[in-house]
Design a binder for this molecule. Structure first.
Ligand code: KIV
Length: 273
């Protein structure tokens, strides 16, 4: 079986994502946090791999994304960059490493770019972090914005509900999206907002808009890979479609292995030297 990479497709860049928006080709994005998964995700033809700070939840078992550190993100991103031959790899800036001070923000983004070899960073928020985004962009580092449900602010929101349902929050989101676009962000992720609002943002900004729980009238979609593969079995929000039951399949395979070891069925004659 040949993988998608064997067709020697050129590497995806921020410029290619802009071209995809212009031509109407939808952008397929997923998260990954390690080399093995990144190879599989990349081989499937995913355009944009996000090393999300959702690693805090799916890789480290935290309840929120707040505790993950810059060192944690860099470790995950190094593996993903080695595994992704074609996709653009974008790394989340973790909570506490960019919000307060543009100098700290730039130092964090520079570490990500130098130590991982990724192509871009992603940051949650709008006008509140304008100075930090501007400093990073002016250093030549591509930035993807993230508006709507911004999980790093869960303690302010008090949960993970749909955002921007009311007029005031929707107006602020629109203004923030226009600002990010005008500043030169190469894409904006919109998480868990009404589909009509996401469609309006997508029409109004020139950069690609990637949705998660934001309807179909955006330029691309992103999901957390463990969620959509059914590995994170307790998690099934309305916006998520499951493309497999790999959690169950892995557990069944592993319990077959346990049985085989206990019954001395593994290894057999042909599996030893
Ligand atoms: O951290 C993450 O995985 C994300 C996506 C859900 C967009 O930010």
């Amino acid at each position: 079986m040949s993988s998608y990479n064997e067709s020697a497709k050129p590497k995806v860049t921020t410029a290619s994502l802009m071209k995809m928006k212009a031509s109407g080709e939808k952008i397929a994005c997923l998260t990954s946090y390690d080399f093995t998964m990144a190879q599989i995700v990349d081989g499937a033809g995913i355009d944009f791999i996000l090393v999300g700070d959702s690693a805090a939840n799916v890789m480290m078992g935290y309840d929120t994304t707040v505790p993950i550190t810059l060192d944690d993100m860099i470790t995950y991103a190094k593996g993903v960059v080695r595994g992704a031959k074609r996709a653009l790899v974008v790394v989340d800036m973790p909570f506490g490493y960019y919000q307060g001070c543009p100098d700290i923000a730039l130092a964090s983004a520079v570490r990500i770019m130098k130590e991982t070899g990724a192509g871009a960073v992603k940051m949650e928020g709008g006008s509140e972090i304008r100075e930090s985004i501007s400093r990073i962009l002016s250093a030549g580092i591509p930035v993807c914005g993230h508006l709507g449900l911004t999980p790093q602010s869960v303690n302010k929101f008090g949960g993970y509900g749909v955002r921007a349902k009311g007029e005031a929050e929707a107006e602020k989101l629109l203004a923030d999206a226009r600002m990010l676009d005008e500043m030169g962000c190469f894409a904006i992720v919109l998480e868990k907002i009404p589909a009509a609002l996401a469609a309006r943002v997508t029409r109004e900004v020139s950069c690609p808009v990637i949705g998660i729980g934001a309807g179909s009238e955006v330029d691309g979609q992103i999901l957390v890979v463990q969620d959509m593969l059914g590995m994170n079995r307790g998690f099934s929000p309305k916006f998520m479609r499951r493309y497999g039951d790999f959690g169950d399949q892995m557990e069944q395979a592993l319990s077959r292995y346990v049985d085989n070891v206990k019954s001395v069925d593994f290894p057999n004659e042909s599996e030893q030297y």
